[in-house]
Design a binder for this molecule. Structure first.
Ligand code: GDP
Length: 521
């Protein structure tokens, strides 16, 4: 095996998706503990401890306490090199959150066992499904009285349209929680309330009458047997296609079941996969370096216009100081300075392989979705998908004298992928679309700081965008409520006021074909 092959096979690059408060942070902290990255849990979010919030990147990020350094975490575990990418939630949700999912090889979905599937999990899940990313599920908070495991499995299957395969099965919950059956390793993982998990092989269970004679234990065992008989069989190929999800139960807080989960997951999770490019499939062990930019972090320091581009390495070996070609322009750059693993250590990185994420200094030349390569090849990876915005606002310059800068800023920020631009049909009104409020804040801040333009944003509220065919545009059918607009390329679309309006419109106009960007790409 070549060194490149050897290294890339060790990589496990994944994101954790969940709804706020499901336990993603707690889970991440526990994983970092496995990597000995932090001595005691509770230090992941700058928000909570301040420990990682040491960078002086973008002012907004500082104010909000979002820690850039924790957006990519990497550590060795057993024979693996683990890369965890953060997917910001809450008010920090943005298109970047979605784009992060283009840079991972698998996803861990953390579900609050007391709540089941929630809105944000569903949104992120859809993107994973669309891209065929393998999904591993951890049902959290088993130390609390929650919903029945069978009911949760059913909900996952029905809401997400994916098969489930329980890798572990819980015995009780809340105060009656005894532990989980580890089906793969044929052992019972006993919840003792201590840090250490106690593993009892099935063959030795008869020495534990305190368990086998417990009614909760007996019930769960029967339930598990029923699931084994009636449920889906484990199918690794389906898992790899994202059509089946292995499910684990536990408590990130206790912590309990996290280690059992992580050990199974890390062995099953895929190494970096070959990726499609304009010159065919590129293998991760291809000897030439290649990667694509999935995120650009602007203006870390208001005095400089420095930016950091986040690169997902897709093949070959990255070495500090190497020359790369930006495929879009054909220009060559030396990756000399400032490139760093945007990791816990924040040090400069000397080398990297497929699956790794590096931050490179961006002298304002990169765009989201750009490919960088070495050697003779000059291919580009598939374009990153556009994600349908949900929030819309009208934007104008406060000072009409600044309209030139306004247009310039708007154009550049749109090109960069910071926001999406629309226009009201036949009007010169600019409308900007985003998936999260944070994008507007960043946009406003950057317009002011980089282009010296104060802007005015008028909310149009949450809207449902649907594209329609040019020849089916009938202006008389639309108004403020269901607003006709066009996207950057001039394609017509309707910004529906809500789900009800959309359904009403469809009922009244069955001949008009409406498409969701999601399905188009
Ligand atoms: P995030 O918003 O998804 O990152 O969630 P956090 O990890 O910050 O957790 C949200 C809240 O749930 C915190 O108060 C945690 O202490 C709590 N929590 C997380 N995991 C568990 C768990 O397994 N059991 C219980 N009882 N609480 C948990």
């Amino acid at each position: 095996m070549s060194q490149i092959q050897n290294e890339m096979k060790k990589r496990r690059t994944f994101a954790i998706i969940s709804h706020p408060d499901a336990g993603k942070t707690t889970m991440t902290e526990k994983m970092l503990l496995f990597g000995n990255l932090i001595r005691s849990a509770g230090t992941v979010k700058g928000k909570k401890s301040g420990k990682f919030a040491t960078s002086d990147w973008m002012e907004i990020e500082k104010q909000r306490g979002i820690s850039v350094t924790s957006s990519v975490m990497n550590f060795p575990y057993k024979d693996y090199q683990v890369n965890i990418l953060d997917t910001p939630g809450h008010e920090d949700f943005s298109e970047d959150t979605y784009r992060t999912l283009t840079a991972v090889d698998s996803v861990v979905m953390v579900i609050d066992g007391t709540k089941g599937i929630e809105a944000q999990t569903l949104k992120l899940f859809k993107v994973c499904k669309m891209r065929g990313i393998p999904i591993f599920t951890f049902i959290n908070k088993m130390d609390r009285e929650g919903r029945e495991p069978l009911e949760l499995m059913e909900e996952i299957e029905e809401t997400l349209n994916i098969e489930t395969y329980p890798m572990t099965w819980p015995a009780g919950m809340g105060k009656r929680f005894l532990g989980v059956f580890d089906r793969e390793n044929e052992q019972f993982v006993h919840y003792t309330g201590n840090e250490e998990e106690e593993y009892i092989p099935y063959s030795e269970l008869d020495q534990h009458p305190e368990l086998t004679e417990n009614a909760t234990f007996q019930e769960s065992e029967e339930e598990m047997e029923m699931v084994a008989e009636a449920g889906d069989t484990f199918d690794m190929e389906k898992v790899m296609r994202g059509d089946q999800t292995p499910v684990f139960f536990g408590s990130a807080l206790a912590p309990f079941g996290v280690e059992t989960f992580f050990n199974s997951f890390i062995d099953m999770a895929p190494e970096p996969a070959p990726r499609k490019s304009t010159e065919g499939i590129v293998s991760p062990d291809h000897e030439e370096f290649s990667g694509f930019i999935f995120k650009i972090q602007a203006n870390m320091n208001p005095q400089h216009r420095d930016r950091i581009a986040f690169v997902r390495i897709c093949s070959g070996k990255f070495e500090r100081g190497m020359n790369v070609t930006l495929s879009r322009t054909g220009k060559t750059f030396k990756l000399a300075q400032s490139q760093q693993f945007v990791a816990s250590s924040r040090g400069t990185v000397e080398e990297g392989y497929a699956g790794d994420i590096i931050g490179i200094y961006d002298p304002n030349v990169y765009r989201i979705g750009d490919t960088i390569v070495t050697g003779k090849s000059n291919f580009e990876y598939d374009e990153l998908p556009q994600f349908p915005p949900e929030l819309f606002k009208k934007v104008t310059a406060k000072n009409v004298m600044k309209s030139k800068q306004f247009r310039k800023g708007l154009e550049q920020l749109v090109q960069e992928g910071a926001i999406q631009l629309f226009k009201r049909y036949r009007f010169e009104d600019y409308i900007i679309g985003a998936v999260g409020e944070l994008q507007y804040e960043v946009f406003e801040y950057r317009m002011k700081n980089e282009y010296n333009v104060d802007i005015e944003l008028t909310p149009l509220g949450e809207r449902i965008p649907r594209w329609l065919k040019e020849d089916q545009v009938d202006e008389s059918l639309f108004d403020e409520r269901n607003m006709l607009a066009e996207d950057r390329e001039g394609n017509p679309l309707v910004l529906f006021k809500n789900d009800f309006s959309l359904r009403w419109f469809k009922d009244k106009n069955p001949d008009i074909e409406l498409t969701d960007l999601f399905e188009v790409n």
